[in-house]
Design a protein around this ligand. Structure first.
Ligand code: 4AD
Ligand code: MG
Length: 468
């Protein structure tokens, strides 16, 4: 018996990027289209390595042609042959097939036939949408963006720290927690005194939740390693039905000892510029699809963000700008109010026309850990806002003074005993330190122009949705 020659598979990206032809090549992928003439069939194959397909030419007189009926849109195939200069328009190389093997057939019910589908429909087939052009681009860019995040911090000698996903604290104090419990919902243990649920009988012998932020634990590591970052999933049970909120999203959280609010703002601007630049340099094909079909102004905007300085403005001044704008907002812009998405977009899109960092917010609308300013009214908070999206980064200088922190815990109705380790960081070798959270999906929306967060997450979790 003759053994099949064991040829190495070439990815389409590599084949299309070649400088010279190849006498023999093996590619594998999924059929995008097939077109037949009398003497040839032309098959477009995509393997996810790049946006482009590779064209396969099958001569009707070859034995390989016998299989051609099974080579339909969606089928998984393997093709061997010769990589030759293409006579056709639009591609440098094509494969003149000598052999085709069909692994898995498809049929006319395959939902991704050539015609365009709405993003809403594609969300319902999240198991197939990665095979579409648009989502191929989105998830390749997502991959590159994650790589670039690590590259950015590793080049700066930040230490990557894995903070826990299951935690007992509510870092943001917003009460948007998913409970983690192994108690039997049908038979809950009760405390004798008051009939309330007895969480000392639960798995961790206390109430526990999915984390909303790795910040508090990152602070621990910053007070040992100076500069650290987390990059992982976070969870929020917030019932917001917007295009910018997901219940499960990834956050990048640097934390730096010996760093004040200004150094923090510097780093936030630097990473946003770096990530934009990295995607511009390394994802040109994918970006070109977004700029054709998703957001015409995308490339100009990204170039602008990469090159031009950002603006900074104190919260008080931002509020004055909003008030003087004469614009009617749904939520009035009054001192003491949170910045709403409409305010954020007005500031970055219409007023400054560039990314802008708002800082020094009223202490009443911010969490307990932020550092009190000398004015007694504001805290060293910062939000970086970008056009089209609004808040992309939220951060602060942290309260490093033991007494002030203890006072803040009290003011927020939090129990000092629960935060004993957080307070001890202020007892032993305390130091000014700062950090922020960059929403990974928001950043991805910004670099792709994709308007809905559901379309930059492989399998989005939002209120009422956990399919796949
Ligand atoms: O402003 P946030 O809530 O800040 C924190 O959690 C801090 N503890 C971070 C820190 O200082 N280490 O969230 C940070 C960023 C937001 O600016 C936004 O980009 C993103 O996380 N974000 C969300 N992204 C998607 N869906 C949601 N529901 C999000 N909530 C926040
Ligand atoms: Mg925020």
């Amino acid at each position: 018996m003759i053994k099949k020659m064991n040829m190495k598979r070439t990815l389409v990206k590599e084949a299309l990027g070649r400088e010279s032809p190849m006498e023999s090549i093996l590619v594998k992928g999924w059929v995008r289209t097939r077109r037949d003439s009398k003497t040839f069939s032309f098959v477009e194959i995509n393997d996810g390595s790049c946006l482009k397909n590779i064209q396969i030419v099958v001569d009707a007189s070859l034995p390989a042609y016998a299989e051609i009926g099974k080579v339909t849109t969606g089928a998984a195939v393997s093709v061997s042959g010769e990589l030759a200069a293409s006579q056709g328009k639009g591609q440098k190389w094509e494969i003149q097939a000598s052999n085709i093997e069909v692994y898995g057939t498809s049929d006319e019910t395959y939902p991704l036939q050539k015609k365009g589908h709405s993003l809403e429909y594609l969300r319902e087939i999240a198991h197939l949408r990665p095979r579409s052009n648009l989502f191929g681009c989105v998830f390749r860019v997502r991959n590159r963006l994650a790589f670039a995040v690590h590259q950015f911090f590793q080049q700066k000698d930040f230490i990557y720290v894995h903070t826990p996903l299951i935690t007992a604290n509510d870092c943001e104090g917003a009460g948007e927690l998913f409970r983690v419990s192994s108690l039997d919902l049908k038979n809950l243990p009760r405390q004798e005194e008051n009939g309330e649920i007895d969480f000392s009988k639960d798995f961790f012998a206390r109430p526990t939740y999915l984390t909303v932020s790795g910040q508090l634990e990152a602070e621990i590591f910053a007070t040992a390693f100076s500069n650290v970052y987390t990059f992982g999933p976070t969870f929020r049970a917030e019932n917001s039905h917007t295009s910018r909120h997901a219940s499960e999203f990834w956050m990048i959280e640097p934390e730096m000892a010996f760093c004040d609010l200004e150094g923090n703002m510097d780093l936030a601007e630097e990473i946003v510029k770096y990530l934009v630049g990295d995607i511009l340099d390394n994802c040109q094909d994918d970006l070109s699809l977004f700029s054709r079909f998703v957001d015409k102004g995308l490339l100009d905007r990204l170039q602008f963000v990469r090159e031009r300085p950002f603006k900074r403005v104190p919260y008080t001044e931002a509020m004055e700008i909003l008030q003087k704008s004469g614009k009617k907002f749904e939520y009035p812009a009054e001192y003491g109010a949170n910045l709403q998405s409409e305010h954020e977009r007005f500031l970055s899109e219409d007023h400054f026309r560039c990314p802008v960092t708002v800082y020094d917010f009223p202490k009443e609308i911010k969490p307990f850990y932020m550092r009190s300013n000398d004015d007694g009214k504001t805290v060293g908070a910062m939000d970086l806002l970008v056009p089209k999206i609004g808040e992309i980064v939220g951060g602060s200088q942290r309260e490093e003074r033991y007494d002030v922190l203890a006072e803040n815990l009290k003011r927020h109705g939090l129990d000092e005993k629960e935060y004993w380790w957080y307070l001890e960081l202020r007892q032993y070798g305390t130091v000014e330190h700062s950090g922020f959270g960059l929403g990974f999906e928001r950043m991805l929306m910004f670099v792709t122009g994709i308007a809905n967060i559901r379309d930059v997450i492989p399998f989005a979790r939002t209120p009422g949705n956990a399919e796949f």
